[in-house]
Design a protein around this ligand. Structure first.
Ligand SMILES: [Zn+2]
Length: 490
């Protein structure tokens, strides 16, 4: 297994160094992976879907390559936005966050994402957070001005800002001190916030209060993965200040206090989901929840749509794009259904030919190029269709080749989290969604198909053709086969 891992190194573009480098985990064969999780005060939107589908494929691929991965993704359940939303609704903030954390898990399950191995919550890690802040105070990287707050002193950390390629003076120009803050320097950030009335608060050496946003990830990575982790993921919007501050905290408290690479050995950041070239976000109000989208479109189609773009590039969301991804998925399952039928009971060919699985994995080895994998799959499906549709009887070699294609396409699909359903069942479910979006009356379609069968029996071909034309007008295409007539949405 170890030899396999060494044989095919994975290269990842690391945000900190700005270089695409061979990924070398601290301990051979093991990966400690941390992704910043959602702040749970509302339903997850398509931006979250992208984020966690990307990490899902990273995890799946590392595992397929033989790595033992521990995947930790937190829930931020203590936060200004949660407190505000809870007070608007007269609800307890932790209870509100718990409700949305559960809803979030349901959405991720619906998208087909593997659950993380640990999903820690801030409210369960207050002692670890307090201990970490005490370390920062003891080492002189933090100060407690006596008003109940504790701040990190940014100028004490020499490589502050390296992740975002900006120095402290550049960053300073955008920083300001809010009223009531006792910072020495506008760039300093809160590690602990003294309690305000009506907010959740915990005891600490600095009085009752709650953690700042950034410290939770440093505390939870240490608790569940150790002082140094192999891979840290997040959206590009987290580079500054969140990840910049995570590095400052973790390196100061647990590392040498100097070098930014002492925390995460590799940093991955994905691009945004955009609508009309603007980032989809709750604060901009231009977002769709995952629930809204999955009520109309297939979850697997959503994955195809999201993975068709390299993770670092922006994705432009639209119903048209999602509809196209769904039609593409229909084609993939139609092909699998046809190939399965032709290759039923046949042993897959071995050796020779084009290795679909290895080529796809090589594309993922190169900074997780999922778009390229979908392209490789598209070519393989075209070739499989050509072979399946070729006139004349299939030779045993043809059938073995088709069996190999069906097996390998599913192996590749597994790494993208697609093509794992039975084709017939998937096609039926995809047809139902397309029919619902068109507002088709499925009972009427069934009635017309029965009438047409009667007409054909009575050799009334004019009537039969008229029914076919009428249905086509509604977007319904009929297919006559040995088991009768089936239909699909055109
Ligand atoms: Zn984080």
């Amino acid at each position: 297994m170890r030899d396999q891992v060494r044989a095919m190194p994975i290269h990842i573009l690391d945000t900190l160094t700005g270089k695409k480098r061979e990924f070398v985990p601290l301990e051979p064969g093991k990966v400690r992976f941390y992704a910043c999780g959602p702040t749970v005060y509302d339903h997850a939107h398509v931006g979250h879907a992208r984020s966690y589908v990307v990490w899902d494929v990273v995890i799946r691929h590392l595992r397929a390559r033989g790595y033992e991965v521990k995947y930790v993704r937190n829930f931020t359940d203590v936060d200004d936005k949660i407190i505000r939303r809870a007070s608007e609704r007269g609800e307890d903030p932790i209870a509100l966050a718990d409700r949305f954390a559960r809803a979030y898990d349901e959405d991720m399950d619906a998208l087909g994402n593997l659950r993380p191995d640990v999903a820690p919550r801030v409210s369960d890690h207050i002692p670890q957070i307090v201990t970490l802040i005490e370390k920062l105070l003891a080492k002189g990287f933090a100060y407690a001005p006596g008003n109940g707050d504790v701040y990190y002193e940014v100028r004490k950390f020499p490589e502050y800002g390296r992740l975002s390629k900006r120095n402290v003076d550049d960053l300073m120009s955008g920083a300001r001190v809010e009223p009531g803050e006792a910072k020495r320097d506008p760039l300093d950030f809160a590690l602990w916030k003294g309690a305000k009335p009506g907010e959740p608060a915990w005891d600490s050496p600095w009085g009752k209060g709650r953690p700042g946003w950034h410290i939770e990830c440093s505390a939870m990575t240490e608790e569940h993965l150790g002082a140094t982790i192999d891979l840290h993921g997040g959206g590009k919007d987290l580079v500054f200040p969140h990840h910049t501050n995570e590095i400052a905290q973790s390196v100061a408290a647990l590392g040498d206090g100097v070098h930014a690479e002492g925390f995460a050995r590799t940093w991955m950041h994905h691009g945004f989901v955009e609508i009309d070239s603007e980032k989809m976000s709750k604060s901009l109000g231009n977002f769709f929840t995952i629930r809204e989208v999955l009520a109309r479109f297939d979850a697997e189609a959503m994955r195809v749509f999201l993975l068709n773009t390299h993770y670092r590039n922006p994705v432009n969301y639209s119903d048209v794009e999602l509809g196209q991804a769904e039609r593409r998925l229909v084609y993939l399952y139609e092909t699998l259904e046809k190939v399965d039928r032709l290759a039923q009971g046949v042993t897959a060919a071995e050796g020779g030919g084009d290795d679909l699985v290895e080529r796809s994995r090589a594309a993922l080895d190169d900074d997780f190029n999922t778009a390229m994998v979908l392209g490789i799959l598209a070519d393989a499906f075209t070739a499989a269709n050509a072979l399946a549709d070729r006139k004349g009887k299939k030779t045993p070699e043809d059938k073995a080749e088709l069996a190999r294609f069906a097996r390998d396409a599913r192996l590749v699909g597994r790494e993208l989290g697609i093509l794992q359903r039975g084709p017939a069942q998937a096609l039926l479910s995809l047809r139902d969604r397309a029919a619902a979006r068109r507002g088709l009356d499925q009972a009427l379609v069934a009635r017309r198909i029965a009438e047409r069968a009667e007409a054909r029996l009575a050799k009334d071909f004019a009537r039969s053709d008229a029914i076919r034309a009428e249905l086509l007008e509604l977007g319904v295409a009929l297919m006559d086969g040995p088991q009768g007539t089936s239909w699909k949405v055109e």
